[in-house]
Design a protein around this ligand. Structure first.
Ligand code: MG
Length: 370
């Protein structure tokens, strides 16, 4: 069933601490299940995706976004003959390192760390969560995930420089990641570009006419839908057009990746790893449409004046708490004070903040700075 260039679970480079095989789940299925049962995974439910204070119960949060990425990734991986279990595990873990308050939170945490000569990176933080912070098992710290899942956490979205990150040497930074990991970044984009149009429309921040005028691929499908269902309510026409847009992105990613694999003569996983560039990609035409949609969302939603006060408040909360704990480490919970004896204080504060949900950090801010 699996293509030659897929990751085969029986060829996995394995776990840091070897474990006996499970009677009816393979190692990638177990990794997927370990992610789902992690505390950091459950906290995604209370972390912002785009809207800091949810305008309604219908909007995505980081957990429902993650489930959508997982659904799309399984479909694409299956169609390409890739390892669906590995793709699913990678999709489910892909946002686990995100701090509260979405991109505003990430920016603010990074800015606070940079005042200390450090930085925050959500992929590196995700690796710390699964390697260290999750404590569920008596035999080891962390989730003891397979090499391929840890590698995918680091390598799914961008290529880290081997010179700048000697601590990541085991992940072979000079090689491409398997296709299962390469897919995740593009699937993430498919999921949020379409979902954010949906939530933006639902929140009345993006009127239908503005979307039609600013996202040409959506407009094309909307016209098609109007011809088929002239009497349908706008909301249903909107849904039909958005569904077609999502299908176009998915279908193109499958077809174009397959054709790049074929024309590169790629037959094995080693071929994928040693190929000079990533093989998973949209066609140039659909890549241009993807970029138009993304640019539209940046301009009209992510940077919209309406969301500005929420983002400012989020940045303020993170800045205040970071500064407070830097100045007064004794105000940290005992476990973090102990950790600060072994690691740098800013990193410990950053870990603490990054793990928080939106609700929890708001209550911490009220307690300490209110
Ligand atoms: Mg994501």
């Amino acid at each position: 069933m699996l293509a030659g260039y897929a990751v085969h679970v029986d060829q996995s480079r394995g776990r840091r601490i070897p474990e006996p095989p499970h009677p009816y789940r393979n190692d990638f299925q177990r990794d997927r299940d370990r992610v789902i049962h992690a505390r950091a995974f459950r906290r995604l439910e209370a972390k912002t995706q785009v809207f800091t204070r949810r305008y309604s119960d219908h909007f995505r949060n980081r957990l429902t976004h993650t489930i959508e990425v997982s659904q799309i990734s399984r479909t694409i991986a299956g169609a390409l003959g890739l390892n669906v279990d590995l793709a699913e595990a990678l999709a489910l873990v892909h946002d686990i390192g995100h701090p509260p308050f979405g991109h505003a939170g990430e920016k603010a945490l990074d800015a606070a760390m940079r005042t200390q000569g450090l930085f925050f990176d959500h992929n590196l933080h995700a690796l710390r969560i699964v390697e260290d912070f999750e404590q569920r098992y008596a035999a080891f710290r962390g989730l003891n995930l397979t090499f391929e899942v840890r590698e995918g956490i680091i390598k799914h979205s961008h290529d880290y420089s081997a010179a700048e990150h000697p601590e990541l040497a085991e992940y072979c930074l000079d090689q491409r990641s398997p296709l299962e990991a390469q897919l995740i970044d593009l699937t993430d984009e498919i999921a949020y570009n379409t979902a954010d149009l949906d939530d933006g429309y639902e929140a009345r921040l993006l009127p239908l006419e503005q979307i039609r005028g600013g996202v040409p691929v959506f407009e094309r499908f909307f016209r098609e839908v109007e011809n088929i269902y002239p009497d349908a309510p706008d909301k249903l026409k909107f849904n039909e057009a958005l569904k077609r847009m999502l299908n176009r992105l998915v279908g193109d990613l499958i077809a174009n990746t397959q054709s790049r694999v074929n024309s590169a003569g790629v037959q094995t996983l080693d071929d994928v790893r040693s190929h000079p560039s990533r093989l998973a990609a949209f066609s140039p035409e659909v890549e241009a449409e993807r970029k138009q949609a993304k640019d539209f969302l940046y301009e009209n939603l992510y940077f919209s004046a309406t969301l500005e006060p929420e983002k400012d408040a989020a940045e303020c909360i993170i800045r205040d708490l970071f500064a407070l704990w830097m100045e007064n480490p004794k105000a940290l919970p005992p476990g973090y004070q102990e950790q600060a004896e072994r690691e740098s204080l800013p990193r410990v504060i950053c870990d603490y903040i990054a793990g928080m949900t939106d609700n929890y950090i708001i209550s911490q801010h009220e307690n300490h700075c209110g």
